[in-house]
Design a protein around this ligand. Structure first.
Ligand SMILES: [Zn+2]
Length: 267
């Protein structure tokens, strides 16, 4: 699933390709699963003829502003925004000089239409937690979010606590901070909380530099895969040696998701 680095990589590419271009037409080819709060004619009426005035990201959500209206998009499991069709087109955005295809094999992608003035009141956005790389991401605010008996790994995946992190980067950040994924969040010492607070943006930054992770279907709009999977320390490496101490990487299941960690380094 695209996490913060993948969605941000897509956003940056779209700034190059379609920002300030006028939307000439749009075609919804999949409305049942995709459209969350509008019909295809409503979407068309609100956006067609308008310029794409801003491209934002909040957590794993992409926000495309067309003047008074905004389209909010979550790619979920397999959604991709491509500059070429790829076999599972659900939405076509025909800009002047560029066409954008929402490709989504598994049909979990979600689209919301909202007046730009009320953008941040939209339910899935309003409920999002701390955003790394913004001034709101402070050690104090982070420690506030850790005040819970829940397992720290599961807490990191809770988008209402911290926005943008998914399974891959949560595993990698916990490894970097030397924290066992099953620790109750509230049991972290001040020093451990600080290590984790610093590890999260560091891991995300490295993933961004690599253009994200292409473990599954993720591609940039130009169709390029990310390269961060080549730099994984623990994710998907069960049984392989820990890059820090050489002990075999272990895998457990937490809340239905695999957690990979080093039983020696992560306490
Ligand atoms: Zn280790």
């Amino acid at each position: 699933m695209p996490e913060l680095p993948e969605v941000e990589t897509i956003r940056r590419a779209l700034v190059q390709e379609v920002l300030h271009r006028r939307l000439r037409a749009l075609e919804v080819r999949e409305r049942v699963h995709l459209l969350q709060n509008c019909t295809a004619p409503q979407l068309e009426k609100a956006l067609v003829g308008k310029r794409l005035t801003a491209l934002d990201r909040r957590g794993k959500f992409l926000v495309l502003e067309f003047g008074p209206w905004a389209m909010v998009l979550h790619l979920r499991m397999s959604g991709r925004l491509l500059l070429h069709p790829a076999g599972h087109t659900r939405l076509v955005l025909d800009f002047e000089g560029r066409t954008l295809y929402l490709d989504d094999a598994r049909r979990f992608a979600a689209l919301y239409l909202v007046p730009t003035a009320k953008l941040w009141e939209l339910d899935p956005l309003r409920r999002l937690g701390l955003e790394p790389f913004t001034p709101s991401y402070t050690l104090e605010a982070f420690r506030e979010r850790l005040r819970s008996r829940r397992e720290v790994k599961r807490l990191l995946l809770d988008q209402t606590k911290l926005a943008g992190l998914g399974n891959i980067y949560a595993c990698e950040a916990l490894f970097e901070a030397c924290i066992h994924p099953e620790r109750p969040a509230s049991s972290l010492t001040q020093q451990e909380a600080k290590r984790l607070f610093e590890a999260i943006p560091r891991v995300l930054e490295r993933a961004l530099a690599a253009g994200g992770t292409s473990f599954d279907k993720y591609r940039t709009p130009r169709g390029e895969p990310g390269r961060f999977q080549e730099e994984f320390s623990v994710y998907g490496r069960e049984g392989e040696p820990c890059p820090r101490c050489g002990a075999p990487i272990a895998r457990i299941v937490q809340g239905g998701r695999s957690s990979f960690y080093c039983p020696e380094c992560q306490r």
